[in-house]
Design a protein around this ligand. Structure first.
Ligand code: FES
Length: 103
């Protein structure tokens, strides 16, 4: 069975923005886009930058350091200088909480 980890309250997530949270000992970025919630690793695959310090535009998060962009739905690296996709995590909303499958 999937193990779900409580990461945040849905209310804590700003609409169409990114929030950095700690869940299960991992640094996670949560995104709220058009009423859907997505989760990725918070650490850029290119360098030591936290995506929660970047800019979310639509479904793309722009890294604050060199402006690489990932699609938060798939984790896909969309442009240079990124060469590696970012890890995404399944999200479940239940009872006003955001749960992640971190396994
Ligand atoms: Fe994110 Fe370079 S550290 S694009």
């Amino acid at each position: 069975a999937t193990e779900w980890t409580d990461a945040a309250a849905v209310d804590e997530l700003p609409e169409d923005d990114v929030l950095g949270v700690e869940a299960g000992g991992l640094d996670i970025a949560l995104y709220s886009v058009a009423g859907e919630v997505y989760a990725t690793s918070n650490t850029c695959t290119h360098g030591q930058a936290r995506l929660c310090d970047g800019f979310l535009e639509g479904h793309e998060i722009e890294c604050p350091l060199h402006q690489g962009r990932f699609d938060v739905r798939s984790g896909k690296a969309m442009c240079a200088p990124l060469t590696e996709d970012i890890r995404t995590y399944p999200v479940k909303i239940e009872g006003g909480r955001v749960y992640l499958a971190l396994g």
